[in-house]
Design a protein around this ligand. Structure first.
Ligand code: AMP
Ligand code: ZN
Length: 118
């Protein structure tokens, strides 16, 4: 738990979220500002700042998150594919510094690249 981290506060339920999935290692919840018909985030429950802060000890956790991306995308209604995005650091335009994988999808094909709607 890191103080002043929005996603740690979601994990501890200090802040609300619309949960998609939870287990002892990870939490998935809908993005508050969806950029597609399906848009949720998968985060580790441990506070890891970004993908630039992982090492081989995180391999199983990252594998679990990516496996869940596929399972949960389908469960959320993204039957014919989806997109995963991990924004990292300043160059990657990361806004929340708690590692998260965006999962975006829906019925319609996404734009070739994602631009924020607002
Ligand atoms: P990033 O730019 O990759 O760091 O993305 C952070 C994402 O977190 C954005 O898509 C935000 O809309 C989303 N977000 C920020 N605060 C919340 C929140 N309280 N609940 C759900 N999603 C959030
Ligand atoms: Zn955190």
């Amino acid at each position: 738990m890191s103080e002043n981290c929005v996603f740690c506060k979601i994990i501890s339920r200090e802040l609300p979220s619309t949960k998609v999935y939870e287990d002892e290692d990870v939490l998935a919840f809908r993005d508050i500002n969806p950029q597609a018909d399906v848009h949720f985030l998968i985060i580790p429950k441990s506070h890891i700042e970004s993908l630039a802060h992982v090492d081989t000890s995180h391999a199983a956790l990252l594998g679990k998150i990516m496996t869940l991306a596929s399972v949960l995308a389908e469960k959320e209604g993204s039957i014919n594919g989806f997109r995963t995005i991990v924004n990292t650091g300043e160059v990657g335009r990361q806004d929340v510094f708690h590692l998260h994988v965006h999962v975006l999808g829906g019925d319609k094909a996404l734009p070739a690249m994602i631009y924020k709607r607002s």
